[in-house]
Design a protein around this ligand. Structure first.
Ligand code: SF4
Length: 461
């Protein structure tokens, strides 16, 4: 694995926050997505669905080992091969082996965050296997040589003019930023790839333990083609995607589309049971299911277990004031935004993302919209405490210790607030907290405190 960029959060976010165009693109797209989400939930009982989803996820995660065994057993009966990968390296090596055994030269791939997590595409390309992203957003990002900047909308940071220019430069189409034209041209280019690829790779939104079904939810039909028009299909997903019953899907299907894109239901829901049978005309001859751990099982029984409930809808990113201003690349991780600030240190180790849990205003917007009821801002707070107790806290600990003392002693409080009022009106104050004031105004403190005003007005009626 290459070194994670999330260690360089400070440097990355400074670059992104200075990009006015990026901020305008992000703001427009995230506000639109949140509005659509809110409208779509107006007609259903969000709190009821969320409670149900939370209960199912709690049950799934607390019985994870049993459910995974049950899923594996059913998937074998459905003629699939299941492979448990402890690490990205093991997952990649297995997928390469499958590709080599089948003499694969070209792979079509649908959207999957786990394949980004294990950096599968660059790995396969290193071994000379062409691997084409077929989700439109991912295709754009691949052509641009970038990484996704959002969980469900990988190219959210790009305007349609930028996309038109990119497709013009990379695949030689006419320069025209009409979305229908651009989609049509991308479809033509991808169609040829679908027809010539030997292998397809997809993620999975859910794995049903009861009957071994792999559920893939999408809007463009590319995942269906990547999983059915090829000889070999490989599913790559995290172990936490397993749910107990097929009937549980009725809850998640109503939450996922609405939370992600404001749709009542996504355009395609593929239920994959296994390779094609003798009676079927199409479908893959082999189906492999790679279940990635990569730090997930470490969370079982811990304070952070509920992070495994995430269904990667991206709603928490769209409402996050920090994400809206800095975008996904600033996090330096595959998983950006509030949930990314949790899973990155949890999956890859806090030493690889020591600053991400602090990239939050703790406003709680993320928790409010989460369809599976993860208490994201409380989780972030707990992560901060863990990181600070490991690093001893430095200056911050000193400041808060003294802040506490001041708040507990009225005389000391009065003295310091008087000094603060005098100090805040001097240019030195702005200099002293430079960094904080780069992107905010320093509020001017009033010249007299409430107590002083009250005292001088007492008895005046
Ligand atoms: S934490 Fe919740 S809101 Fe954020 S992506 Fe996961 S499920 Fe969606």
């Amino acid at each position: 694995m290459t070194e994670l960029k999330s260690r360089n959060f400070k440097r990355l976010y400074k670059k992104e926050i200075a990009d006015q165009k990026l901020r305008a693109n992000l703001k427009k797209a995230t506000i639109q997505a949140s509005d659509k989400r809110n409208d779509s939930f107006a007609e259903v009982d969000f709190n009821f669905l969320r409670n149900e989803a939370k209960k199912i996820k709690q049950e799934s995660v607390s019985h994870l080992n049993d459910l995974l065994s049950q899923f594996e057993d059913r998937a074998h009966k459905n003629n699939c091969t299941v492979f448990y990968a402890e690490s990205p390296e093991k997952a990649n090596a297995y997928i390469l082996e499958v590709a080599r055994k089948n003499a694969v030269k070209k792979i079509v791939k649908s959207k999957s965050m786990v394949t980004e997590e294990i950096q599968l595409v660059p790995f396969l390309e290193k071994y000379g296997i062409e691997t084409v992203e077929t989700d439109l957003g991912e295709y754009i990002i691949q052509l641009a040589g970038e990484t996704p900047s959002h969980i469900t909308a990988p190219a959210i940071h790009k305007s349609r003019t930028e996309i038109a220019q990119l497709l013009h430069d990379k695949i030689g189409i006419e320069l025209n930023d009409d979305p229908a034209f651009l989609t049509g041209e991308a479809r033509k280019a991808l169609r040829e790839k679908f027809l010539s690829a030997e292998m397809g790779i997809s993620g999975a939104n859910f794995l049903v333990a009861e009957n071994g079904t792999v559920v893939v939810v999408e809007n463009e039909g590319n995942a269906r083609l990547s999983t059915s028009a090829v000889k070999v299909h490989v599913v790559v997903t995290g172990i936490e995607k397993v749910i107990p019953r097929f009937s549980d899907l009725r809850i998640f299907m109503r939450l996922l589309g609405r939370s992600a894109t404001g749709q009542k239901l996504t355009s395609y829901v593929s239920l994959i049971r296994g390779p094609r049978t003798d009676k079927e005309k199409d479908g893959p001859e082999e189906v492999h299911i790679v279940l990635l751990d990569n730090g997930r099982s470490r969370l079982l029984g811990s304070e952070h277990q509920e992070v495994l409930h995430c269904i990667r809808c991206g709603a928490c990113l769209n409402v996050c004031p920090v994400y809206r201003n800095i975008g996904g690349h600033a996090y330096g991780s595959v998983y950006p935004g509030p949930i990314g600030s949790l899973v990155t240190p949890l999956f890859f180790g806090p030493e690889n993302a020591p600053e991400l849990p602090f990239a939050s205003s703790l406003c709680g917007n993320c928790t409010e919209v989460c369809p599976v009821g993860i208490s994201i801002h409380h989780q972030l707070l707990a992560m901060r405490q863990e990181i600070k107790s490991e690093t001893k806290g430095g200056l911050e600990k000193f400041v808060f210790k003294n802040f506490r003392k001041t708040m507990l002693r009225p005389q000391r409080y009065r003295l310091f607030s008087r000094l603060a009022r005098i100090f805040s009106s001097t240019p030195i104050a702005r200099k002293a907290i430079k960094g904080w004031t780069d992107y905010r105004d320093l509020p001017q403190l009033p010249s007299r405190s409430f107590r002083e005003i009250y005292k001088s007005n007492k008895g005046k009626g």
